[in-house]
Design a protein around this ligand. Structure first.
Ligand code: COA
Length: 185
């Protein structure tokens, strides 16, 4: 089981625990629709093309979605949305409020989400190659770069870097489907 870094001895179910990470003091719980006002405020400060409330609500309504809030006290300081499509889990969204970054919150969110899905299940994500902080975060959590998805981002046509944790072939994605990464990525 991926080590969530939390004081959890058995695999929690989606509704189970609300543990507090001893290192960061951050508490993790499931995200609710009532949280979306706070989530949108962080989202708008984090992305050039933020998700709308409707996009969050749609993703959260799916049975195979893990959506988590990170709290300091009673205040939401970060969130994550992880959804399963076919045989792979996709990290759809993650952000931490700018004033709370670099304190391990995103790492706790990802590890807690991974602890809530099947052990070793392949997880993939897209990230802008210019988003070095996110790429470092994912690399520090065991994600590897596999290839580029050309022109993925509609706002500026930027390519997406595709990263996986676990074996993409287990999710039915053959290794040869990835084009070679350019130098420097
Ligand atoms: C990316 C993001 C979620 C990271 O959140 P965070 O809570 O600050 O991340 P953590 O504190 O858990 O960082 C873990 C590791 O990631 C790397 N990292 C995170 N932010 C970094 C930065 N600004 N510069 C360099 N490395 C960074 C470091 O290796 C860090 O470990 P360290 O602090 O011990 O060096 C946050 O910067 C954010 O919300 N960015 C805007 C939204 C976004 O880009 N989301 C990802 C979309 S793909």
């Amino acid at each position: 089981m991926p080590n969530s870094g939390l004081n959890v001895t058995a695999r929690p179910t989606k509704e189970a625990t609300h543990p507090t990470d001893p290192a960061s003091g951050v508490r993790i719980r499931s995200l609710g629709y009532a949280d979306l006002t706070h989530v949108i405020s962080i989202e708008r400060r984090s992305f050039a093309s933020p998700w709308s409330v409707g996009m969050f609500a749609l993703e959260m309504s799916k049975p195979d979605t893990v959506s988590l809030a990170a709290l300091e006290g009673s205040r939401i300081i970060g969130y994550l949305v992880l959804s399963r499509y076919d045989r792979a889990w996709h990290l759809m969204n993650i952000a931490v409020a700018p004033e709370h970054r670099r304190r391990g919150t995103a790492s706790v969110l990802v590890n807690e989400a991974l602890a809530r899905i099947d052990e070793g299940a392949p997880v993939t994500l897209e990230v802008r190659p210019t988003n070095r902080s996110a790429i470092r975060l994912y690399a520090s959590l065991g994600f590897r770069s596999y290839g580029l998805r050309r022109g993925y981002y509609p706002d500026n046509g930027e390519d997406a870097l595709i990263m996986w944790k676990g074996d993409p072939e287990v999710a039915g994605v053959p290794a040869e489907s990835f084009e070679e990464l350019p130098a420097g990525i």
